[in-house]
Design a protein around this ligand. Structure first.
Ligand code: GAR
Length: 205
């Protein structure tokens, strides 16, 4: 399986995905695309000799043109599966259709709660006692789609948005590679948006 990763920033999740595919004969990370020319993750990918491409969304007036450019690069590189790892752009419906059931996203909250931005701040303000992260298949609604995996931590009275973000990011780094593995090893099936987990998948999660 040839995997593409979309990033916008630091790329710490991307690093974990890259590391998890090293020495994997079923899967390889073949390209990392960033919409942000200053994304730090690009340098790490380069250092691992992974092909990188900047597609700056600011150079496009229409979302669809940006999406098409991303899609063209993925097709040119014969990508089979896509992972958003801190990718901060919304995909148009056509793009979502093209990668249907072959496209994961990680979100730093326990979906379906706290979709969108500033998740940690909103979670603390709301008074919820647990936070976490979710890996899900991408659908056209923001942070919507069948859930593959979640990981949970508690919110303590001392937590602020920074400390909570750190705790959750740690969980993300463990969860995302496991969820990707379920696809690279074909341990899950998706039928009518229901995810069917094999016994082996359940053990991995
Ligand atoms: C991660 O916490 C990820 O879940 C979040 O951005 C951070 C990126 O960190 N993604 C979103 O909020 C997407 N809606 P990273 O660049 O170090 O992986």
């Amino acid at each position: 399986m040839k995997i593409g990763i979309l990033i916008s920033g630091g790329g710490s999740n991307m690093i974990k995905l890259i590391e998890s595919c090293q020495n994997n004969k079923n899967a390889s990370i073949n390209i990392v695309i960033s919409n942000n020319p200053d994304a730090k993750g690009i340098e790490f990918a380069k250092s691992k000799k992974i092909k990188t491409k900047i597609i700056n969304h600011k150079e496009f007036t229409e979302r669809e043109d940006f999406d098409n450019q991303v899609n063209n690069v993925l097709i040119e590189n014969k990508i089979d599966f896509l992972c958003n790892a801190g990718f901060m752009r919304i995909h148009g419906e056509k793009f979502v259709e093209k990668w249907f059931n072959k496209h994961l996203n990680i979100h730093p909250a326990l979906l379906p709660s706290f979709k969108g931005l500033n998740t940690h701040e909103r979670a603390i303000k709301s008074g919820v006692k647990f936070a976490g992260c979710t890996v899900h298949l991408v659908r056209s609604g923001v942070d919507e789609g069948p859930i593959i995996g979640q990981a949970v931590t508690s919110i303590s009275i001392d937590d602020d948005k920074e400390s909570l973000a750190k705790k959750v990011l740690k969980l993300e780094h463990k969860l995302y590679p496991k969820c990707l593995k379920l696809f690279t090893e074909k341990l899950v099936k998706v039928k009518n948006d229901k995810v069917i987990f094999s016994d082996k998948a359940i053990k991995i999660l």
